[in-house]
Design a protein around this ligand. Sequence first.
Ligand SMILES: O=C(CO)[C@@H](O)[C@H](O)COP(=O)(O)O
Ligand SMILES: [Fe+2]
Length: 216
Amino acid sequence: MNCLSPSILSADYGHLADDIALVDEAGAQYIHVDVMDGTFVPNITIGAPVVRSIRNYTDKILDVHMMVEEPARFVPDMAEAGADIITVHAEATRHLDRTIAAVKEQKVMVGLALNPATSLDVLEYVLPQLDMVLLMSVNPGFGGQEFIPYTIDKLQQLRQMMDRQGLDIDIEVDGGINLENVTDVLNAGANIIVAGSAVYRGDAADNVQRFLEIMG
Ligand SMILES: O=C(CO)[C@@H](O)[C@H](O)COP(=O)(O)O
Ligand SMILES: [Fe+2]
């Protein structure tokens, strides 16, 4: 199933509950929360206290993207705050297997994110343990950047890798996705689409409906 995960990075943090309600009521299945620590990425956003508050305003899947060094330190807190999926970056941890285990121990879904230039090779041994792979289609840290075109090849290669292993794991793509390029991203093998500026720039409810129409 194709799902839309609007990124609240592009929402108005001063009116977060309202901005989440807009996309929730318009039919988005997930809410994407970008957690940034100012070290792994050159930007700082929010952490577990805000996730805990958001949890009171939506029943949608809280899709937490941890752009944080050694994310295992924050996993229990984030799970307790109400995250449904916790996605960690392969580049941010020295002990990837241990970090994945730390997420699974919390009985939440586990995602593994790869930066644009990170090889799919890192997935070889851990793929069967994952609920989702997130391919970054921009360098993480900011909303509103241009989609990196080589992500399309990478997506196709990831789908082939899953087929070879007999796996059907969710593939999320994050960064620079809009109403014009979303079809290419879906055709290449993604089924969860993150969109921040393309949702919150203008009429968010209308933008969600347009995405959902295209995504089928
Ligand atoms: O993780 C990130 C950025 O690091 C994203 O989730 C952005 O929030 C996506 O924003 P757009 O590229 O869709 O504007
Ligand atoms: Fe993200």
